[in-house]
Design a protein around this ligand. Structure first.
Ligand code: UD1
Ligand code: MG
Length: 461
């Protein structure tokens, strides 16, 4: 039987206190809805019916930036009025195949475990419900069982008797059924309940009464079934997600100074014997080679750092490639487009952008290197600036091998400096300065000495 999925995501999410639709709020910098869709894709469903309603236009706009293979599977169903979860599923019914399994998930349960979904699909004959045992079941629908432990019904919190409120087995909301059951039974739902809604959960009692098979699977871990209704729950799930990422890294042999103080917002690939100090954030795709050492407070995005490199405290690195034995920071800022060869040193308060630095080149302090191609074994003195912008366009700086740039020099681009040139401290280097390999270039005003100079004194009042 083909598998189809329905994602319920039409609700308003009032308690988020936000203008943004609930399912677009992010865990690890990725919308909750995308987390759910990515997990669903691993089930290889025939189609994903996405039920939208509240702020549908904003969600549809966001979908445009989701991966194409996911978008290709999505069929949007509109629920004009949010009349309950049963009513939401009804919106997808006209699109369902005649004979398929139908997995129903929520857009606001972002960490749902693939294994739980697989279990549901495999165990479903007519209806299979993903249940969990919560110490505090407040707010959730309770599972009612008969003397043979078969499910009789699901009762919503607001419709529970005081005895039913004590039941700790809850409905996670995620179910699997068949298109035939959905087509036959959903239209029988009534809204004569505390919330005047068409409850999807009433399907359990309807089917049980009709001697259909109503089964359940217990979640592998309740924490992955938690939903998000407010910002407190969003941050709770963020921490669950981050703890899992940290645990995975620890299991791979990465040393973390504190597993609670690292955030992965994407994927971090590590070689052996990597050390990561506290409060680091990794975004997008980051690869760290063997023996890489990351100091505290670093933010690293879409970057490759090769073996034995040391990134010292509070460095920010984006879309760059750093080869072996680099030493970066503390307080270095590498903006997108850098490519450093082996043994490069970029020290404190150095900003680089689209800079290619050759082997053994050093820029120790307080520099800006942008749109620059710099050879090997070059020394960039403190305070060196590549003046890459003329107010209208960006220009390139090219520096040969074994060049020494004295401190506080400006290189006005476009400009090329030949191999083995020495630039004296305080020089303003321009393309007009013709020179040969090995020359010394100094542009400096002649010194004046005024002997026995008297400083101005304060006027008396
Ligand atoms: C639902 C279940 C409850 C379960 C709980 C788990 C019902 C009647 N109750 O309650 O048993 O314990 O989830 O979290 O099913 N939605 C729509 N359209 C609607 C209403 C809801 O698309 O008209 C979507 C929401 O966007 C959300 C999901 O369905 O993604 C659940 O809706 P919500 O209102 O949060 O249901 P609960 O009251 O939490
Ligand atoms: Mg809810």
């Amino acid at each position: 039987m083909d598998l189809e999925v329905v994602v319920l995501a039409a609700g308003e999410g009032k308690r988020m206190n936000s203008c943004k639709p609930k399912t677009l709020h992010e865990i690890a910098k990725k919308p909750m809805l995308l987390h759910v869709l990515e997990t669903l894709m691993r089930l290889n469903p025939q189609r994903i019916h996405l039920v939208l309603g509240h702020k549908q236009d904003i969600v549809e706009e966001a979908l445009k930036s989701f991966p194409q293979d996911i978008c290709d599977k999505i069929n949007i169903c509109t629920q004009k009025e949010q009349l309950g979860t049963g009513h939401a599923l009804m919106q997808a019914v006209p699109f369902l195949q005649a004979d398929s399994k139908v997995l129903v998930v929520y857009g606001d349960i972002p960490l749902i475990a693939l294994q739980d979904l697989n279990n549901l699909v495999q165990n479903c004959k007519d209806l299979c419900i993903l249940t969990a045992k919560y110490d505090d079941p407040t707010g959730y629908g309770r599972i009612l069982r008969d003397e043979n432990n078969n499910i009789k019904a699901i009762v919503e919190q607001k419709d529970c008797t005081s005895a039913q409120l004590l039941i700790k087995e809850i409905n996670t909301g995620i179910i699997c059924t068949t298109s035939a059951i959905a087509k036959q039974y959903l239209s029988l739902l009534k809204n004569n309940n505390a919330q005047k809604e068409y409850y999807l959960t009433d399907l359990a009692a309807l089917l049980a009464a009709d001697h259909k098979q109503v089964s359940s699977c217990e979640a592998v871990d309740y924490k992955y079934t938690l939903g998000v209704n407010n910002k407190a729950q969003l941050q709770q799930l963020e921490r669950i997600y981050q703890q899992d990422c940290a645990n995975e890294l620890l299991a791979q042999g990465v040393t973390l100074a504190d597993a609670k103080r690292i955030d992965i917002r994407g994927k971090l690939h590590c070689g052996s014997d990597v050390f990561i100090d506290i409060n680091c954030v990794f975004e997008g795709q980051v690869t760290l080679g063997n023996n890489v050492h990351i100091g505290p407070g670093c933010i690293i995005k879409d970057t490759i750092i090769a073996d034995n490199s040391v990134i010292s405290a509070y460095s920010i690195i984006e879309q760059s490639t750093l080869n072996k034995n680099n030493t970066i920071g503390p307080f270095a800022r590498l903006r997108p487009g850098n490519n450093f060869a082996d043994n490069v040193h970029v020290g404190n308060f150095v900003e680089c952008k689209k800079a290619s630095l050759g082997q053994g080149t050093k820029a120790g302090h307080l520099s800006y290197l942008g749109d620059a191609t710099i050879g090997s074994e070059v020394n960039i003195g403190a305070g060196t600036i590549t003046c890459n912008y003329d107010g209208a366009n960006k220009h390139q700086t090219i520096i040969g091998n074994d060049v020494f740039v004295g401190s506080d020099s400006q290189i006005v681009a476009p400009c090329e400096i030949k191999n083995k040139v020495t630039i004296g401290a305080g020089t303003t280097m321009t393309s007009h300065i013709a020179h040969q390999e090995g020359d010394l270039i100094v542009t400096r005003a002649k010194a004046r000495v005024i002997e026995k100079y008297k400083r101005p004194t304060k006027h008396k009042k």
